[in-house]
Write a protein that binds this ligand. Structure first.
Ligand code: MN
Ligand code: MN
Ligand code: MN
Length: 292
């Protein structure tokens, strides 16, 4: 067992990063590029966690072999609990497990259906053709609202990607559409059937009160969830403390992940993570890792 440990100039360099994205979903880099960048940042154990797809894992694993780092097959699943959307990272899953594959197919269908509804709402706002643009941009990847934002930006309808969310596709905005995600329970079950560990991603990003988050984590643990992402790329010291308290109270292990998407964002970098507090059992506690 090895702890992610401080090593960078400001103590925010982890050899373990268990959350990031490639072009297989809404990241900006190819899977191999993500891995090479992670290796360059000193990461030794990386989980590629694209949204609802394992399509990037094979390419990432091949590059990880080349770079001499460990690639953990993983996925970030969207799901709902009590009417709220949650993101659950499935770590160390078998990419060929039938239950998980079926789950991801359902999620992919749900994403395309949502994309059609978003495009219809945008067409009603005199912005036609978005669906076709997204299809062309996504290819074999997973359609996300980030793709819509890029289409709106490229066509000059917004001045920034953020403005696309603020004006059109963010929650409660004119082209907002809820997707019919699977339930949290089904999502955790599919991850477990694939031999993986379920981690509740970025617990402080849902806008929940502390009491709601406690209830969510208890239900997540009851469903077979194993860990909380205690350290995120965006976490300040207080956020780590808050998430640590929540993890300990719910009896869950802790994970660490940057949620890297885009090399142009100077605030989020692969492996740039505060250390996991020693009070928390790391989700990788029982993995056999070769890290000195
Ligand atoms: Mn994303
Ligand atoms: Mn997420
Ligand atoms: Mn993510």
């Amino acid at each position: 067992m090895t702890q992610a440990r401080p090593g960078g100039m400001d103590g925010r360099q982890s050899v373990i990063d268990l959350h990031c994205h490639s072009r297989a979903s809404d990241g900006h880099l190819a899977p191999a590029e993500v891995v090479a960048r992670a290796a360059g940042q000193g990461v030794r154990v990386l989980a590629l966690t694209d949204h609802d797809t394992l399509a990037g894992v094979a390419e990432a694993a091949a590059e990880a072999d080349r770079c001499g780092i460990s690639l953990i097959p993983a996925v970030e699943c969207s799901c709902t609990w009590q009417g709220r959307e949650l993101h659950i990272v499935g770590l160390a899953v078998d990419p060929n497990a039938p239950a998980l594959q079926a789950q991801l197919r359902n999620a992919r269908d749900a994403r395309w259906r949502r994309m059609q509804r978003i495009a219809q709402k945008l067409a009603a706002k005199r912005i036609p053709g978005v669906f076709e643009e997204v299809v062309a941009a996504v290819g074999d990847g997973m359609p996300t609202r980030a793709h819509v934002a890029r289409v709106l930006y490229a066509s000059g309808h917004v001045h920034s990607l953020q403005q696309a969310f603020d004006r059109y596709i963010g929650r409660g905005k004119p082209a907002w559409c809820r997707a019919d995600w699977p339930t949290m329970e089904d999502c955790v079950a599919a991850i477990r059937e694939a031999g993986g560990q379920a981690v509740l991603a970025h617990p402080l990003a849902y806008g929940m009160t502390g009491a709601w988050l406690r209830r969510t984590l208890m239900a997540f643990g009851d469903a077979g969830g194993e860990a909380v992402e205690v350290v995120c790329g965006s976490s300040d010291r207080q956020a780590v403390l808050t998430a640590t308290g929540q993890a300990l109270r719910a009896g869950l292990k802790g994970s660490v992940g940057s949620d890297f998407h885009n090399p142009e964002n100077p605030w989020i970098e692969l492996g740039r993570l505060r250390p996991l507090p020693p009070a928390v059992i790391p989700v990788w506690h029982d993995w056999s890792l070769q890290i000195d």
